[in-house]
Design a protein. Sequence first.
Length: 264
Amino acid sequence: MATTPAPIDPRGPRTNQAVLAVALVVGFLAGQWLVVPVFGVVLFLGAAFGPRWGPVLRIYGAVLRPRLKPPHELEDPRPPRFAAAVGVVFLAASTFAFLFGATTLGWTLALIVAALAAAAATTGICVGCEMYVLLVRLRGGVRVVTIEREESELFDTQRPERKGGWAPIPVAHRTGQPLWLVFTTEFCAVCPKVVEQISTQHSDDSVLVLNVAEHLDLASVYKVRRAPTVVRADADGTVIVRLAGADSVRAELDALARESVTLA
């Protein structure tokens, strides 16, 4: 039986992507095309054998990670490894282009990789990761969940604005009480704590925990792209607010606690 890979710190792949982007751009500016096959090998080692074999990933794990705070969330390692494999293909094609004298084509392919790596490192938008998710879904897989990693959202502790237009909670999930619909994944390290906080602070409300892998249709309705994502609704199923990420949920709980003190 296939085993589920252990979740990883998402900052490792982002560091890898940042180093790759910088190296390729520096190589282009210096006219040193050999940087392309060198980093093709670097990417290949991490993609084929995992973080322990990727030089940049090993340096991150040994030097940088111990000096950083624990990550807010963990992620499935398969999408970034697939993205790295796509990068290997592009860099291999680039290397062959250089060997056969097609310098312009070689740098074009290499700079495409650099641009995508830079975008993933700085914004969290990983094209290769999204390709993996799409392919798995087309094949009928249900175990892959994309995780947004935008810095502004990860560290925003302000109470989110109310958003209209969300579909009501399906009747099958309504309990006749105010509802907190918590979307989680098997890789979400903070989800149990978030559920505990909601249940403790709002013991009269219903808290329903749903695994995204088992409720893809409903997760799509509420645009779940992070774990946890919480949909808070009235007793009649009307959605009050959608909260993406643990920090947003905590901000909502804190705001509700302050409101209850004020009303008291």
